[in-house]
Design a protein around this ligand. Structure first.
Ligand code: LLP
Length: 444
């Protein structure tokens, strides 16, 4: 066991830099988010639970609009979606990026204007396409050559649908191999390098039902540098110029996707949005001037950077065990509510909340309750040496790709989402119960 003096980690313990801006320490050693004590949330809604700070979501949306006043900012629904989230996004003036009939239908039936929605997907089902056309989605992003004829047929001879083409610009970026999508050799998009994109565009332009309004690229996720975006943008503008030269078509829109990286632990880098905005604006103006193209309308699709830092996952400690050199702190959630450490090796910074501890810090590994040794939420983190069953642990930066990627493993039920704001907590998504699971199980 590694024992570290409390004084050495005091700075870490006070570091709330990755927590929502509203987070405040409470006299009892706990924390309040959105003016609500996390211990009170746990007492009222039980654990595990996700807490979502409404003010943080809204201020992140506003930051995007302030930094990119001339662009369309579409929130990537895959990060986290619920009916209330749809409303917040709409009220803050963002559009939506969806990638299934489910996300699309939830958004539209919650009142989101369909013309402000873009549909993505490398393998859109007939149901996805049918739903998009029925609801009147703003743009559909073509991701493979075979989709062109399929979509044109679904639109029908008298219809018209705005489309974009997803291009793979040949720029590598992203926080993990599994979320890098900017180069060939992965499943998304049409290659700029081998000419697939150019061929698909030529084919697309022969379909009168489909109106090509722009190009799209999404080079990866959890990107913390501006440079790869600028490299991709130059290539995308180059392709726009070739389309103008070959087909006489000047495309009015350029969608640069999302992928904006955030810090999960204090001290980690995050993408600087102001620098991104400045870089994109300058590069777009320069590339377009060099190609004698009018500057297209820029579109961005952040998901993680809007929802991630607004969320906190709350767990109750169920067991503490020392095995050999390691201390395991087992909580009442795990890989079913957060598969990200197992999938991408992401590191989190859990923290004891709800009581004050004067014990020195020791290194522990926070594990889940699932039947796998790989069910690890945070390895080798500093926690108070007296951590014990019944304690409450909170993990910040839990708002993106957690509930949306949660599974039904071991039938524990997916956690609820509790919104906090101005001292009030309210349920957005209730806990999944055994009755919910039983209701789907219709066999004898
Ligand atoms: N646009 C497109 C077309 C995308 O595929 C994605 C994410 C986004 C926008 C939003 O990217 P963001 O700004 O959230 O990075 N499950 C992984 C992330 C997968 C991202 C998939 N596509 C994770 O937990 O890190």
């Amino acid at each position: 066991m590694t024992v570290v003096l409390a004084s050495e980690t005091a700075a870490d313990a006070d570091d709330l830099s990755v927590w929502p801006a509203s987070t405040t320490p409470l006299p009892d050693g706990g924390l309040a988010v959105g003016g609500v004590s996390l211990a009170d949330v746990a007492a009222r809604f039980d654990t595990p639970a996700y807490v979502l700070d409404e003010g943080e979501v809204r201020s992140r949306c506003r930051a995007y609009r302030a930094v990119f006043p001339d662009a369309d900012v579409l929130y990537a629904a895959k990060a986290f979606l619920s009916r209330t989230m749809v409303r917040w996004i709409g009220e803050e003036g963002l559009g939506l990026d969806v990638c299934s009939a489910g996300e699309l239908e939830l958004a539209v039936t919650s009142g989101f204007p369909p013309d402000r929605i873009v549909l993505h997907g490398n393998a859109k089902s007939p149901h996805d396409i049918g739903t998009a056309l029925r609801l009147g989605v703003g743009r559909i992003v073509i991701d493979s050559p075979s989709e062109i004829a399929r979509l044109a047929a679904a639109v029908g001879p008298h219809g018209r649908q705005k489309v974009m083409v997803r291009v793979v610009p040949g720029v590598s970026a992203g926080g993990h191999e599994k979320i890098r999508t900017g180069t060939d050799g992965q499943k998304f998009g049409l290659s700029l390098t081998d000419g697939t994109a150019t061929h698909a565009i030529a084919r697309l332009l022969t379909q009168p039902q489909l109106t090509l309004v722009g190009l799209h690229c999404h080079i990866g996720s959890q990107i913390t540098a501006v440079k790869p975006y600028l490299a991709a943008l130059r290539r995308m503008v180059g392709l726009m110029a070739r389309i103008r030269d070959t087909h006489g078509l000047v495309l009015p829109e350029l969608d640069m996707g999302g992928g904006h990286g955030i810090a999960y632990r204090p001290g980690e880098p995050a993408l600087n949005l102001t620098a991104l905005a400045r870089g994109l604006r300058t590069e777009l103006a320069a590339s377009c001037a060099a190609a004698a193209l009018p500057v297209p309308r820029l579109i961005l699709e952040p998901g993680r950077a809007v929802a991630g830092p607004a969320g906190v996952a709350l767990y109750r400690v169920l067991a503490v065990k020392t095995t050999g050199e390691r201390v395991f702190v087992a909580v009442d959630g795990g890989m079913s509510d957060n598969p990200r450490p197992a999938l991408y090796g992401v590191r989190y910074a859990p923290r004891l909340v709800g009581r004050h501890s004067t014990a020195g810090t020791r290194t522990a590994t926070v594990v889940g309750r699932h039947c796998e040794a790989g069910d690890i939420l945070a390895s080798d983190v500093g926690l108070p040496g007296d951590i014990r069953p019944g304690d409450l642990l909170a993990v910040p930066v839990a708002g993106a790709y957690q509930l949306s990627m949660a599974s039904g493993y071991n039938l524990v039920g997916r956690p609820p989402v509790v919104a906090v704001d101005g001292g009030t907590a309210r349920l957005l998504v209730r806990r999944e119960t055994l009755d919910d699971l039983r209701g789907r199980d219709v066999g004898e």
